[in-house]
Design a protein around this ligand. Structure first.
Ligand code: HSE
Length: 312
């Protein structure tokens, strides 16, 4: 029997992963949003509370990522009952850690537990994408897909998305560093040029192919050689104080690569477990030299993705 109330945890995520703009991302279980959805007699979607790390978010379902995702779900499934949602934000707003995606994913995963016939993850992905579009103004999937499925995820296509979980070599960890500042995804997208130089296109394509093949074949040197975004990062790095120093410090400390997490300002590095602490310390010190306060985490890639953590 379906539940009348369910709470889902949806992890944060790192979008782009340097070389996969809008199509590649990985889940970060160290933080996430908890979304509770309860069944109500009258059809429609309401948001009764938003608490936690970001409270200044719209309660109107149309303007809220979780609300819009539930509206999409309710309309597509012609639900004859209502959905009331509460969001406990664990991911700071405008951090580059997939907060808007996590709320949308948490909402549809919790609501799925209330349905007489549960939807597939691919169906949930499409509803959650509608929600993400509210925050960023575009239908990208690189935060939604890893938050929903877990791990490192490649998504091909928007109307008919195909999702592939990519294996990450077991010795690799991610270092995540979050500067205490707000950066709007819409703004960080608005500054991007609409066209790409042919030479940059070739390098970016080579890097994406090299990175993915390195992941499948446990080829750390291929991952290291491919870990460079020649298109988006050069345009966005000025938005993050100290970016070049932090990146250099991470690489000098042994990181396989270091880049912007999603639209920023968070940054991430991949490093072998044996030097992840040194990379974290190097990134901490570099940000400190720029008087930027941060939070940081070292994480593995074994996330299960969003899941129901309580139901009744
Ligand atoms: N791929 C997106 C971007 C992620 O970089 O704009 C932001 O949520």
């Amino acid at each position: 029997m379906s539940a009348s109330r369910a709470t889902a945890f949806a992890p944060a995520s790192v979008g782009n992963v340097a070389i996969g703009f809008d199509i590649l991302g990985f889940a970060v279980d160290a933080l996430g949003d908890r979304v509770t959805v309860a069944r109500r007699p009258a059809p429609g979607v309401t948001i009764s509370a938003i608490t936690g790390a970001a409270v200044d978010l719209p309660l109107e379902p149309e303007r809220n990522t979780g609300g819009r995702a539930l509206l999409a779900m309710s309309a597509a499934l012609a639900l004859d009952f209502g959905l009331e949602m509460q969001i406990e934000k664990g991911i700071p707003l405008g951090s580059g850690l997939g907060g808007s995606a996590a709320s949308a994913v948490g909402a549809v995963v919790a609501a799925n537990a209330l349905l007489p016939a549960a939807c597939s993850k691919l169906e949930l992905l499409k509803f959650a994408m509608e929600g993400e579009a509210v925050a960023s103004g575009s239908l990208h999937v690189d935060n939604i897909a890893p938050s929903l499925f877990g791990g490192l995820v490649l998504t091909v296509g928007i109307d008919h998305p195909r999702v592939k979980q990519i294996p990450v070599p077991s010795a690799v960890r991610a270092v995540i560093v979050h500067p205490h500042m707000f950066l709007s995804t819409k703004q960080a997208r608005a500054i991007l040029r609409r066209s790409v130089d042919l030479s940059d296109f070739v390098w970016q394509t080579a890097h994406l192919a090299g990175f993915i093949s390195g992941c499948y074949t446990d080829d750390l040197e291929m991952i290291r050689a491919s870990f460079e975004d020649v298109v988006i990062e050069p345009q966005r790095q000025a938005l993050i104080p100290g970016f070049a120093d932090v990146r250099r410090a991470a690489i000098e400390a042994g990181a396989l690569g270091c880049s912007i997490s999603g639209a920023g300002p968070a940054m991430f590095a991949w490093a072998l477990a044996s030097c992840a602490e040194a990379v974290r310390t190097a990134m901490q010190r570099a940000f400190a030299r720029h008087a930027v306060q941060i939070d940081d985490w070292i994480v593995e890639f074994d996330s299960l993705g969003a899941r129901v953590v309580a139901s009744e």
